[in-house]
Design a protein around this ligand. Structure first.
Ligand code: SAH
Length: 395
């Protein structure tokens, strides 16, 4: 195993068990590890600090895995991490109401660059680091042993793969190719998932709890679900007795799947309107038409991909939320989200205060949304916290 020597004075983050080591913190590499190899990180005095995946093409040159030298970091280390992550989700799946969730969430589950989502009998994986790519035969074998899936599909088309010098992949890794539409259940609601063609790995299971909580306020209400995708919030609200739901999304495939999902659940399609449009344009059009709603959901894509994009993104979030607030009846509810890791909850609250002021509205925060337990946040890796939201009462 190759030794990598840390620069003097760069120990702190490593000792705090942050899993990323940037290339600038490396003094030298003793030898020529291949990208994805496991290396040993030593301090300038030669003391062991951690094991990690090496990649000289990435700004994150080392992805730290293990801080205890006596633990052999071989096949079994990976098998154990996979098994622990999978078993920690088992209670989410045991009563049959839900058969989809995230089984492995990258750094938060000590497997940097590996995402595994369960869709009923199929698994969709995303491989975002060269280290995990090398370990995939072992990981696939362990997943097969533990879960006996009908098939495992590699949906590694994330742009972040290019930072590691990896190509985009969209193919079967093991077992059968998933059917075009895989039917899954989440909280007793059925969804058709298009793993190969859908966004991300096909579904946003990170909103499971938040959809449920939002829908508890929808009974008898007129709901507008913006950025609806395949209908997570829409279906929960319809099922919970909303008077009507209007869903807006720009993606034709998402809209088509959403219509199918309404049928799949035998929900009353006469209470449902779908609009394929840009949300910002549509909110303005609805305002011109004098429309008002009781509950409004805003679940946009990531506006701030990095910290440097935060100021611009904050303005976009503010404008969006201002428009949303103006479409609510007095005392109506706004369920608003940000999945930008760079935006923390306090900044998001400020953005909403700013939007309220511009809209001439008073806002109460009545509930704080977060990412669900199958997307844990590791204490030593705050960057893993990305999803936040606020349920606001708007006067
Ligand atoms: N709320 C959804 C997930 C939303 S993901 C759920 O519960 O599953 C974000 C969605 O925003 C995607 O479906 C994407 O197609 C859509 N989108 C992105 N930009 C958009 C825009 N400008 N106008 C409308 N929809 C947009």
């Amino acid at each position: 195993m190759v030794d990598v020597i840390l620069k003097k004075g760069k120990e702190k983050a490593v000792l705090q068990r942050h899993p990323w080591l940037f290339s600038g913190a490396i003094e030298r590499v003793k030898g020529k590890p291949a990208n994805g190899d496991i290396v040993k990180l030593l301090n300038d005095k030669g003391d062991f600090m951690a094991y990690g995946f090496y990649n000289d093409q990435s700004r994150v040159a080392l992805r730290l895995l293990e801080w205890d030298e006596s633990v052999g970091i071989e096949e079994n280390w990976f098998r154990k991490k996979v098994a622990v992550a999978v078993s920690s989700r088992s209670h989410l799946l045991e009563n049959g109401a839900t058969n989809t969730c995230r089984l492995i969430f990258s750094e938060a589950d000590y497997l940097p660059g590996l995402i595994v989502d369960k869709y009923a009998d199929f698994l969709a994986v995303q491989v975002l680091t060269s280290g995990i790519e090398k370990m995939m035969p072992v990981i696939i074998d362990e997943l097969q042993k533990l879960l006996k899936p009908k098939g495992i599909f590699d949906k590694s088309d994330a742009s972040s793969r290019s930072h590691e010098g990896l190509e985009t992949i969209n193919q079967v890794l093991a077992g059968a190719h998933p059917p075009e539409i895989v039917k899954v259940m989440e909280n007793n609601i059925a969804y058709g998932i298009n793993i190969a063609e859908g966004q991300k790995s096909g579904f946003y299971c990170d909103q499971r709890d938040n959809r449920h909580i939002t829908a508890m306020h929808a009974k008898g209400k007129k709901v507008l679900d913006c950025f609806s995708y395949t209908g997570g919030f829409t279906l929960n609200c319809l099922k919970n007795g909303a008077a009507s739901v209007t869903s807006v999304d720009s993606s034709a495939l998402a809209i088509e799947t959403l219509k199918g999902n309404v049928k799949l659940n035998n929900l009353d399609a006469s209470k449902h309107t779908v609009i394929q449009s840009d949300v910002n344009k549509q909110l303005r059009a609805l305002r011109e038409q004098g429309e008002k709603f009781d509950v409004l959901v805003l679940d946009p894509p990531k506006y701030a991909p990095s910290r440097s994009a935060l100021a611009k993104a904050s303005r976009a979030y503010k404008d969006l939320n201002r428009l949303g607030m103006l479409l609510l009846n007095n005392g109506g509810l706004l369920a608003t989200f940000s999945c930008s890791g760079a935006m923390d909850i306090d900044t998001f609250k400020q953005v909403l205060a700013w939007a309220a002021l511009d809209a001439g509205k008073e806002v109460q925060f009545i509930y704080q949304f977060c990412q669900p337990e199958d997307h844990p946040v590791r204490a030593s890796f705050p960057e893993g916290e990305y999803l936040k939201g606020l349920l606001c009462r708007v006067y």
